[in-house]
Design a protein around this ligand. Structure first.
Ligand code: PMP
Length: 428
């Protein structure tokens, strides 16, 4: 196929290209596909890797003799906290193992800041005139909808290769005392795939903030979800913040949702000892203890932090070919045309695709019409509004490999068609 960038083609050539894409799209529609690339869910093949969990735990005592069937142990089972303290790079007394959803822990931390204030808050956030969060974009839609549900203002900053645009962040937090927090997915971000470097993390940890109780909601959902043999290490935000004199700034979240079972894994919260004490101090009014049977099941299943790492290699073997298929299809369909850019993530669950400004919604609509469900355009932005209408989040984990190939070839056709329509429309 001709690889001349579309911007360098004559009007006649563009018309011919548009006709080709229309024909390709008609053929795509004719296939009557029904494929879904919308959400970052583990596939059945991945869930099967943890099937043994269904026959655990073996017995009801943990290594210390705790009867996991009973109430108690609000902070979670010690042996499980040991394993994940090692993986997340914190001390055992700085981590809590909870229920199945880290999102619920994020919600608790947010709401308790609103109602009660944090360890170092002058007053509850609800008593502030306004509460603002910094939101790197593109980012995780549920972070934004959570803030939106409480009327919290969102200010966006671009997500770059090495993390959020930290110059922009520093400026926003320095002067405005309403800026109380920031979302950040530090490792293999959803959807940009970027990894916060130690340097950027150090600046986030140390930057002066007008609010004395500024919080980094450090959502390390993909900390160990490597797609290559290079296992990128997350920046050590707890230690960095502590040595910068801001020990309570980060609250770290993680879970085994994409390690074991998405619906019945274990979620974790970590931070300064005071932060952990603050969290448990509020949690004790809501719970007599977590599901320790599930904790013990996970302890027995993994055995150790190395057991978790080995398990993640098995996930990688399932996932990596799907991510390669995404790259191959985009390159085959769009390479050289100058109409799209996409990420090549080294981990996580997503590929972020940028199409020409004003084309993302059109691409998603074309794909839908052809039976390929994509995440709605704008989903990775606050209020679902991508100001440039150019970003599309691709989630290749759930369909089987062949379906990923078919769906992504179709997506490339939709992008080429939308781009050609726009260029020909602009020219005529
Ligand atoms: N954070 C991010 C960045 C995610 O992508 C996801 C899952 N899609 C979650 C949190 C949800 O985690 P959990 O299942 O632990 O609530």
């Amino acid at each position: 196929a001709d690889r001349t960038p579309l911007s360098q083609r004559s009007p006649e050539e563009l018309h011919a290209f548009l006709e080709e894409q229309r024909a390709a799209y008609a053929a795509l529609e004719g296939r009557g596909l029904r494929l879904d690339l919308t959400r970052g869910k583990p596939s059945a093949e991945q869930l099967d890797l943890s099937e043994r969990l269904l026959s655990l735990p073996d017995g009801h005592l943990d290594g210390r003799g705790v009867d996991v069937r009973n109430y108690g142990g609000l902070e979670g089972l010690a042996e499980l906290r040991e394993i994940f303290a090692e993986l997340l790079g914190v001390e055992v007394d700085q981590i809590v193992a909870g229920g199945n959803a880290s999102l619920a822990m994020m919600h608790e931390v947010l709401v308790w800041h609103l109602l009660h204030g944090g360890v170092d808050s002058p007053r509850p956030w609800k008593d502030e005139d306004e509460v603002t969060f910094v939101c790197p974009v593109p980012g995780y839609d549920r972070h934004y909808t959570m803030l939106e549900s409480y009327g919290i203002r969102m200010v966006t900053v671009p997500m770059l290769e090495d993390g959020p645009d930290v110059d922009a962040v520093e400026e926003i937090v320095r002067d405005d005392p309403s800026v109380k927090g920031m979302w950040i997915v530090p490792t293999y971000a959803n959807p940009a795939g970027s990894v916060v470097t130690q340097e950027v993390a150090a600046r986030l940890a140390a930057m002066p903030t007008a609010a004395p109780d500024f919080r980094l909601f450090w959502d390390n959902a993909y900390a160990i979800h490597h797609l290559t043999s290079e296992e990128v290490k997350s920046a050590d935000i707890v230690a960095l913040s502590s040595s910068a004199g801001n020990p309570h700034r980060p609250v770290v979240f993680a879970s085994t949702s994409k390690v074991t079972f998405a619906g019945s894994g274990v979620a974790f919260l970590a931070g300064s000892r005071e932060t952990v004490g603050w969290y448990l101090g509020h949690l004790k009014f809501a719970s007599i203890g977590p599901d320790k049977v599930n904790h013990l099941r996970h302890v027995q299943f993994f055995g150790s932090a190395d057991g978790v790492r080995e398990h993640m290699v098995a996930h990688r073997e399932v996932l990596a070919p799907k991510f390669e298929a995404v790259q191959e299809a985009l390159e085959a369909g769009l390479g050289g045309l100058g109409v799209a850019r996409w990420t090549t993530p080294r981990g996580g669950y997503f590929v972020s695709l940028d199409v020409p400004d004003g084309c993302a919604a059109r691409v998603v609509a074309l794909a839908k019409q052809a039976g390929i469900a994509l995440t709605p355009a704008g989903a990775s932005f606050p209020y679902g509004e991508d100001p440039r209408d150019r970003n599309i989040r691709l989630a290749p984990s759930f369909p089987v490999l062949d379906e990923v190939r078919t769906a992504m070839a179709g997506v490339a056709t939709c992008v080429a068609l939308a781009a050609a329509e726009q260029l020909v429309g602009d020219a005529s």
